[in-house]
Design a binder for this molecule. Structure first.
Ligand SMILES: Cc1cc2nc3c(=O)[nH]c(=O)nc-3n(C[C@H](O)[C@H](O)[C@H](O)COP(=O)(O)OP(=O)(O)OC[C@H]3O[C@@H](n4cnc5c(N)ncnc54)[C@H](O)[C@@H]3O)c2cc1C
Length: 292
């Protein structure tokens, strides 16, 4: 299949890209790595008449620390974030999750911002952003807007971004003492997960959970913050009893879809099992965890 005709623009600056989006409104779409947008256009499920390719916009390709946060530019390629030592040190959940995104060839082209803006409910990075309490920074000709991850994902493939806005960067809070785990199950390596979980947990000096950010993927129309599961563990030690209560709460609070890969009941069950394993990892009761 070939896409319908479109006007192709390749601005060299962020301002240039924003002016094109302001000029063409919802007729235009940003093109990042093209790993989701191009297949959609080829299948004629997306029909933008103007494509604004961000490939030359260097301002969107940086990573670094600012005001206690890890800042990742929207056009940072997924494979680069996966291998970046600073990203791994600040937020090990990011490389842990990125290893599950498609195949190497896809991660070599796909971008951090593209994955978040695409907002696939089964994608890894949106769940990471939600569990981490990340902030998305959107820019338009009118200025910047900071959007908490909890408000960013609004439906399947729908975000809070306006047509003339670009996602320019993502800010992840850095908490040295937090422990993280990412687990998912897919039928084959590289497939989208049937369900998955991202966990960010901070323990106090008595091994009780001081803070928890838990999110599920593949278990609803957006990535889902597992608020009930979080509430069951905050203030408690991660005992088997607490973990079982969190798993049951997580399974009960999601509304997964049935499709050819797995039914709703199985996805609920799977989420509970994966969350239990993730909590054992962050609690130090498994040797497979990612901790920092
Ligand atoms: C075979 C295959 C398997 C895959 N498996 C997985 C998987 O397991 N997990 C997973 O998470 N993903 C998977 N993907 C998708 C992949 O991660 C994509 O890279 C990602 O979803 C989109 O990133 P991109 O940079 O390619 O964005 P594009 O495809 O270029 O854009 C995607 C959407 O985001 C918008 N957009 C992009 N950048 C911006 C921006 N800065 N501001 C505003 N809007 C923007 C575009 O307009 C478009 O609507 C897979 C893709 C393929 C082809």
């Amino acid at each position: 299949m070939k896409p319908p005709p479109f006007l192709y623009c390749r601005p060299a600056t962020l301002d240039g890209a924003l002016s094109l989006l302001a000029e063409h409104g919802d007729e235009a779409k940003a093109l990042a790595g093209g790993q989701s947008l191009m297949p959609l256009m080829n299948f004629r499920l997306a029909r933008p008449s103007v494509l604004v390719d961000l490939a030359l916009v260097e301002e969107l390709r940086g990573t670094g620390r600012r005001d206690g946060e890890l800042v990742v530019g929207a056009m940072v390629v997924q494979r680069r974030a996966e291998r970046d030592a600073d990203v791994a040190a600040a937020r090990p959940l990011i490389p842990a999750a990125l290893r599950h995104v498609g195949h190497l060839q896809i991660r070599n082209r796909g971008t951090i911002g593209g994955s978040l803006a695409h907002a696939d409910p089964a994608a890894e990075l949106p769940a990471v952003a939600l569990a981490s309490g990340a902030t998305m920074v959107a820019r338009s000709a009118r200025g910047d807007r900071a959007i908490p991850a909890a408000q960013f994902f609004q439906g399947p493939f729908m975000t809070a971004l306006e047509p003339e806005e670009l996602l320019v960067e993502v800010r992840f809070p850095v908490r040295g003492a937090s422990r993280t785990a990412f687990l998912e199950l897919a039928r084959r390596s590289g497939d989208f997960a049937m369900a998955g979980v991202a966990a960010v947990v901070t323990l106090d000096g008595l091994e009780r959970v001081a803070e928890a950010g838990l999110a599920g993927l593949g278990v609803g129309v957006t990535p889902i913050r597992l608020a009930s599961a979080e509430a069951t563990i905050v203030g408690r030690e991660l005992t088997e009893e607490a973990i079982a209560a969190a798993s049951a709460a997580a399974s009960a609070e999601v509304a997964p879809m049935t499709d050819v890969h797995a039914d709703e009941k199985y996805r609920r069950h799977l989420l509970g099992v994966l969350l239990g394993r993730a909590l054992r990892q962050v609690g130090g009761k498994s040797t497979q965890g990612t901790a920092a």
